[in-house]
Ligand binder design. Sequence first.
Ligand code: KG4
Length: 364
Amino acid sequence: MEQATIILAIESSCDDTSAAVLRDGLLLSQVTASQKVHEEFGGVVPELASRAHQQNIVPVVDTALSRAGVRKEQLSAVAFTRGPGLLGSLLVGTSFAKGLALSLGIPLIDVNHLQGHIMAHFVEPAPSMVEAGMIRGLTRADLPLRHPSYPFLCLLVSGGNSQIVLVRSAADMQIIGQTIDDAAGEAFDKCAKVLGLPYPGGPWIDKLAREGDADKYPFAKPNIAGYDYSFSGLKTSFLYTLRDLLRAHGVETVDELAERVPNLREDLCASLQRTVIEVLMKKLRKAAKDLNINEVAVAGGVSANSALREAFADYGRRYHAAVYVPPFSFTTDNAAMIAQAAWEKYRRGEFCAIDEVPFAKTTI
Ligand code: KG4
């Protein structure tokens, strides 16, 4: 009988330490330790992130292996996120993966974090994981999952990226549009910070927007050529709206303003969220139309946003397109997506030399 291919994948590009085990393309386990230490600073502190990865990586990997029922000696390869991300954070995962692969005498596979987000669409969780409630939002009836067919367009939206990627295959991805300044998630996080919401602000915007009026505050929409995005003007527009409201009510803080303006935060969040989503979907539609592609997917942390997920469903109905929204567990940074991308590379025989180093900035 042919031996199974078992891959251990490690993701440590930002503030989540995650490990996953994949056997012959089936996800057996995923364990993620999120770092709470950054909350009080209103953003990720790189030095603290790398220290927390150091503390988390051994227990996270051990738990992922034991939940998968796999011993280290059974592994066929070790995969890791090579970049883009915070260099200190990447170094922890990279060094750990190298050490483990060397000690076991097995190949090392480097994965581009952005390609990983896109490959999240091909992760197939083991039924036992789903039955154990380990994949948020999925039940046994959802299996096997629907996966996109090539070629498809993927809207990749995270804290650091907003891109439209033409995905011809797992090995052939081309960025056809991207933000020229801030990412969508960054715009959410920064506007949330101004409102005094905790970090990361994206999920708070999502939550408050449900109670808000999206027509209340019209914000400036960027007018950028082609399939590129820009969110810095929107951020400024948000800031000026708030500044004008503060002046008009003669108060200095958002808390004071919220006492005078009913539903202030909710309406601002709803209006901001609506604008960001309209901008994202408009360019995606333009690209899909121009390239005559009827399969569209969304990936990255912002794909957890409930209104963006609804916008995708609506896109599918309106344009008779096949749309793909990843399970919540594979939206923000996770090792399952790294394992999936590594499995594709393993089958292509693409391995990484032991002296390769991580990159803070890479593109697809
Ligand atoms: O992909 P990710 O985990 O990390 C990066 O590689 O950047 O994305 C994190 C981003 C943050 O900006 C966060 O605020 C945003 O995803 N995010 C959301 C939601 N959940 C996470 N944004 C809007 N709505 C959400 N529900």
